[in-house]
Write a new protein. Sequence first.
Length: 116
Amino acid sequence: MMKRLIPNIFYSNLSDGLDLFVNCLGFKVLHKDDKFAVIERDGAKAHLVESAEFAAKDRPEIVIETDTIDELYSEVQSKAPLILHPNSKKVEKKPWGAREFGLLDKTGVCVVFRQW
């Protein structure tokens, strides 16, 4: 049985990833060393990896499904409104039926929140 898929997200500076996921989105740090962190919130996990080489090659778009999109939007808007994605600054119903909004950090990592 597979339970979850946990992405590695690469940053030139680990602190940039921690800023987005911990300071802005409220993830908890489960483990951290000089070049690697495991973060978690509400069962969603990710690995933040410091690697300038891979960060230069890959700026991912990560989708997090939720059942509390309005609360998450309010939280982000109050903490870090400048990180809202320029093309998805508010919760909107998309043509495929989901309600979504997005974030774009200073390194180009995009996080989309989606509620079906």
